[in-house]
Write a protein that binds this ligand. Structure first.
Ligand code: UDP
Length: 231
């Protein structure tokens, strides 16, 4: 079951960031409150800034051909100190993976940013964490699309109103399919006793599941996972 696998991956990481107001909300319901949402996009920009006073080498893996290179180029224009040692697109076959790992290792990056979408990027990092030489690997979703200028981030007002998910849903309709897939899977597979207590909120549990699934999927719970690969 995908959630068990994803749970194992999240639990094995050094740090998970809640890039979704849905997770922040859920953490409050579960009486283990997270302070706030931390957008992966903002997080990696803080990392880029850290490169100013520290010698940090980045490698970009993911997104459509040309996008990671364009993101690299844009960042090199805006952050003259940044060191991006390589970039590779995210459309490769399983047979190419070893060669890609070798290429990444040959460039000796400290930080590997992986933009393959979730949960593909987390699975990829988990699968290769012992083969990678980098110190940390981070799943960054659609960040290269935004940095390259291919996709616009939601206007600030949407972010402030916690409606970034709505903007993304409206501007990228294929996300609707993701919602539908998630709802179907959720309805079939959620048996976790932890969720049962939430039935009390619902008029009928199927409606509640539908709404929470919709919210969960759109808010995109954890888009940033950091796995420390260094021993
Ligand atoms: N992507 C990729 N390889 C794949 C599937 C997706 O490189 O096989 C890229 C896609 O081009 C996009 C990113 O992964 O740049 C996923 O973006 P999205 O906004 O969907 O990320 P998420 O919401 O899953 O974090």
């Amino acid at each position: 079951m995908i959630y068990e696998e994803f749970k194992t991956i999240l639990n094995s990481s050094f740090l998970n960031i809640a890039d979704g107001n849905g997770v922040v909300w859920a953490s409050k319901q579960m009486k283990d409150p997270l302070e706030e949402r931390v957008a992966g996009f903002d997080f990696i920009h803080r990392l880029f800034e850290l490169g100013k006073d520290n010698d940090i080498k980045f490698y970009f893996l993911g997104a459509k051909p040309g996008i990671a290179e364009k993101a690299k180029e844009n960042l090199e224009n805006t952050h003259e100190y940044i060191k991006i040692v390589g970039a590779h697109d995210g459309y490769f076959s399983a047979d190419d993976e070893n060669q890609i790992i070798e290429e990444i290792n040959s460039k000796n990056p400290d930080v590997l940013l992986v933009a393959l979408g979730s949960p593909k990027q987390e699975k990829f990092i988990y699968k290769y964490k012992d083969k990678l030489n980098c110190k940390i690997a981070i799943g960054v979703g659609g960040c290269f699309d935004v940095i390259s200028g291919t996709v616009k981030r939601a206007p600030k007002i949407f972010i402030k109103l916690k409606l970034e998910w709505l903007y993304r849903g409206l501007t990228d309709l294929k996300r609707i399919k993701r919602v539908v897939d998630f709802i179907i899977e959720q309805a079939n597979e959620v048996q976790d006793p932890q969720f049962r207590k939430y039935k009390k909120f619902s008029i009928n549990s199927k409606l509640f599941l539908f709404l929470t699934s919709l919210l969960h999927s759109l808010l995109h719970p954890v888009s940033c996972i950091i796995i420390a690969t260094a021993t």
